[in-house]
Design a protein around this ligand. Structure first.
Ligand code: 13P
Length: 335
């Protein structure tokens, strides 16, 4: 595989494929396992993720890259094969979550800033050695009638830009993820309020990327869709698609090769329908695809339930979502 940043980024957003976000931190994967009554042990986490990565046909056809948590990047399958090698053998690019999580931002009640820049240069060089060719950093932006404050937006944008520059120095493609929460509190914002905040945040992020001398050709943007809050959902698929595309056109330079959405708490089918509606109806300068966590894994997690005899059923559930989202990435999904 070519090692130029542009080529890696291009592979990550190849037509009809998208990214599997399997980088749940220890706390988040425990929540997911709690929901199916499975204990979050190192072995169970390994078995679960090995099941996903060994869904060979779905991985080869629909998954361009996999975002891993530190533990998974170092883990071996039950038969001793490194999980990274299993991923690479499917043709997908291994990636790594490098942020240290969103922490309370001093002096900004209710707002967060993502930590993890200290020592990042050394960690990136180790991750490169372990096979990671892209990375992810998630900034979290609260949304309400009065939030976010400009100071919180700027703090997160600057951290994303410094992270992205360090990644590119290390030969790693940064996924730049500023997430405006649809499932935070109060979660009653309208789709138009989401448009306004998403536009402000993306403008701030691209201004800081420019200041930090990040090459836009060698990155992937991972934004939220322009969607109303979880407690106020009423916008139609067409409205969300239209407003999301309009907002991205107004803020994201054409030199960015691809945009891969997070699912953010949308149902599996909503996440697929929205992506497909955008690709079906609009011409855009970038590839528009998915980088879903929950929307690719929820059905699989349920079908698996932690039982070895359910691995094939879990893989079928994951493969189905992967195929549906692969179709959505070219605008060809139908209910
Ligand atoms: P969701 O698709 O579940 O929002 O997760 C994607 C992700 O990687 C969030 O950082």
């Amino acid at each position: 595989m070519s090692e130029r940043l542009e080529d890696i980024a291009g592979a990550m957003v190849a037509s009809g494929k998208g990214i599997l976000a399997a980088d749940e931190s220890s706390g988040t994967i425990k929540k997911r396992f709690d929901s199916i009554g499975v204990e979050s042990t190192e072995e169970n986490r390994r078995d679960y993720r090995e099941m996903l990565f060994r869904a060979d046909e779905a991985m080869r056809k629909y998954i361009s890259g996999v975002i891993l948590f530190d533990e998974t990047l170092r883990q071996k399958a039950a038969d001793g094969t490194p999980l990274v090698e299993i991923i690479r053998n499917t043709g997908a690019v291994p990636g790594i979550k490098v942020d240290g999580g969103a922490k309370d931002l001093a002096a900004f009640p209710g707002e967060k800033v993502t930590e993890g820049l200290d020592g990042l240069r050394d960690r990136l060089s180790e991750y490169y050695g372990l096979g990671a060719r892209f990375a992810k950093w998630r900034g979290v932006i609260a949304i309400s009638d009065v939030l976010p404050n400009r100071g919180a937006v700027r703090a997160n944008a600057q951290a994303l830009a410094r992270y992205a520059a360090l990644c590119q120095e290390a030969g790693i493609v940064p996924i730049v993820e500023p997430e405006i929460l649809m499932d935070g509190e109060p979660g009653d914002h309208s789709v138009d309020r989401c448009y306004e905040v998403t536009q402000e945040v993306l403008r701030a992020v691209f201004a800081e990327l420019f200041n930090a001398r990040v090459s836009l050709e060698g990155m992937v943007l991972k934004p939220n869709m322009v969607i109303d809050g979880k407690n106020a959902r009423k916008a139609s698929v067409e409205e969300i698609a239209e407003k999301t595309v309009r907002c991205l056109r107004a803020t994201v330079p054409a030199s960015v090769p691809g945009i891969a959405f997070l699912s953010g708490g949308q149902s599996d089918e909503e996440a697929t329908a929205h992506l497909s509606a955008m690709n079906a109806a609009y011409d855009m300068p970038w590839q528009l695809t998915f980088s879903y966590g929950r929307a690719l894994q929820a059905a699989c997690l349920q079908a698996w339930g932690g039982k070895p005899e359910n691995v094939a059923a879990g893989q079928r559930a994951f493969s189905h979502r992967a195929r549906m989202n692969g179709l959505a990435a070219t605008g060809n999904w139908n209910r």
